[in-house]
Write a protein that binds this ligand. Structure first.
Ligand SMILES: CC(C)(COP(=O)(O)OP(=O)(O)OC[C@H]1O[C@@H](n2cnc3c(N)ncnc32)[C@H](O)[C@@H]1OP(=O)(O)O)[C@@H](O)C(=O)NCCC(=O)NCCS
Length: 153
């Protein structure tokens, strides 16, 4: 992987993030523009993008609840032709650095049980499976609730 820049998303990134999300998930699971805007703009939301040579390659949205010292990864999407090149890892690590700075001790996410690559990715990064959430997605698929404790660094 070449050198990527990680930065906070700005308003002008929105259409690109929508396009990456639509290409990453099946219909009914990918966010539409309203949903994406909702998740990016609600209280505690932080969106990070990985950019290389001026092109956004990947992004991560998380919801931080500082008062409860918890957070949730809302989505993490890498362009298909750039997957397995370390972008997801890079975004997750940056997100974790921010969460530690905020004093977050534990964070979680939901992932489609059939999304083996993502489950493997999160396992590799220290998430453990808590339970299955039946019928979690709009298309009827189940999700796993996964959680990770953050060690002080
Ligand atoms: C899941 C996802 C975010 C991972 O990001 P990535 O940049 O491809 O992952 P990285 O290169 O940082 O890490 C690779 C690790 O993830 C796992 N992984 C990712 N893709 C994999 C694949 N196709 N096959 C097997 N393992 C895979 C492995 O543990 C791999 O480690 P390894 O190469 O040592 O075996 C990315 O594949 C993606 O955007 N998928 C579509 C959207 C999605 O499902 N998002 C997650 C749900 S929120």
């Amino acid at each position: 992987m070449a050198k990527a820049l990680i930065r906070h998303a700005v308003r002008e990134d929105f259409e690109t993030l929508l396009e990456i999300d639509e290409a990453s998930f099946p219909g009914g699971v990918a966010y539409d523009a309203n949903e994406l805007a909702y998740f990016m703009n609600r209280e505690g939301a932080e969106t990070l993008v990985a950019e290389e040579s001026g092109q956004i390659i990947a992004f991560l949205i998380m919801e931080v609840r500082r008062n409860r010292r918890t957070a949730t990864i809302i989505t993490l999407d890498v362009r298909e032709n750039h997957r397995r090149s370390g972008y997801g890892t890079m975004l997750l690590k940056r997100a974790e650095d921010m969460l530690r700075d905020y004093g977050i001790e534990i964070y979680d996410l939901q992932v489609d049980v059939s999304n083996r690559n993502a489950v493997r990715f999160y396992n590799k990064h220290g998430f453990t499976l808590v339970r299955k959430l039946p019928n979690y997605y709009a298309n009827g698929n189940d999700a796993y609730l996964m959680v990770k404790e953050l060690q002080r660094s």
